[in-house]
Write a protein that binds this ligand. Structure first.
Ligand SMILES: [Zn+2]
Length: 280
């Protein structure tokens, strides 16, 4: 085949039609099966809402638990008893105490921080400072593994044991001194479903307690996480540049961002559908 013929062949394959008039034909073999296409059509709005949203949808998403599905799953105690997520909420009670050896000053800061966040949101929850319950002392000891080089605190083990100890009688913020087994850099771990926040004493300030307190109240996110931008709130466009209480620690600001504040408010409003009141 000569070069001239080769040119001729190619002209026949691509007719001389301007690009804007050419018909776009799908390849014979479609890239997605019918099932995958429908799955994409259904899930795309959810994916988009997790990247970008607007204030009314953000608030509705917290009321309906769309943005906090992790707050819906039941939790299981060490002996296998299941508790509905946030079952403690009906007790309207959060207690704060320290493991043996934790300073009174740290417990005071934790109490102040927890109470500050409850007040800021306007929730009608009683925050109480108590001495560690006897069953909590045993569970603290059991959760502090002594294997290996240094002691480590097993949050999940403590949580499961505490559900057996106290059920859903209250939520608690506990201060202790050993590093978490996951990483020595973790300052606190909190979970709404089981109603447990555990903080390390050495870094406990009022702000850390408020930060973990907001997690305990259901705000299971940080302000630099998805959705990255919410129209209706004036916040830094670059998520990492936001300076609010609910940024990954350590943050330098002690107030909730409007996005976090409204999320917690609407999350608890969602609980009021059954006729209970949770706001002052
Ligand atoms: Zn956090």
């Amino acid at each position: 085949m000569s070069d001239e013929q080769a040119v001729q062949d190619s002209i026949e394959v691509t007719p001389n039609v301007p690009w804007w008039k050419r018909e776009i034909k799908l390849a014979e073999k479609r890239p997605f099966s019918k099932f995958t296409r429908w799955l994409l059509i259904i899930t795309l709005p959810f994916i988009l809402l997790n990247l970008f949203t607007v204030k009314p949808l953000w608030e509705l998403g917290w009321r309906t638990r769309f943005y906090c599905l992790d707050n819906l799953f039941p939790v299981q105690s060490a002996s296998g008893v299941k508790y509905a997520a946030g079952a403690w909420a009906s007790s309207k009670r959060i207690v704060v105490y320290g493991a043996p050896g934790v300073s009174e000053d740290a417990i005071t800061k934790a109490y102040d921080g927890m109470r500050a966040i409850v007040d800021e949101v306007g929730l009608d929850l009683r925050v109480e400072r108590i001495s560690p319950p006897a069953d909590a002392l045993a569970s603290l000891q059991a959760a502090t593994a002594r294997g290996g080089e240094a002691p480590g605190f097993d949050y999940n083990k403590f949580m499961a044991r505490r559900l057996d100890d106290r059920g859903a009688a209250y939520a608690e913020m506990v201060l202790m001194q050993v590093p978490f087994i996951q990483s020595g850099r973790i300052l606190g771990l909190s979970n709404f479903a089981s109603g447990l926040a555990v903080l390390r004493e050495h870094r406990t300030g009022t702000d850390l307690a408020s930060h973990e307190g907001a997690h305990l109240l259901g705000y299971s996110r940080h302000d630099d996480e998805m959705p990255y931008f919410i129209a209706g709130y004036s916040e830094a466009l670059i998520p990492m540049e936001r300076d609010t209480l609910m940024m990954p620690l350590p943050s330098t600001n002690s107030t909730l961002s409007p996005r976090a504040h409204n999320a917690i408010v609407n999350f608890w409003r969602g609980y009021e559908r059954d006729g209970r009141r949770y706001f002052k």
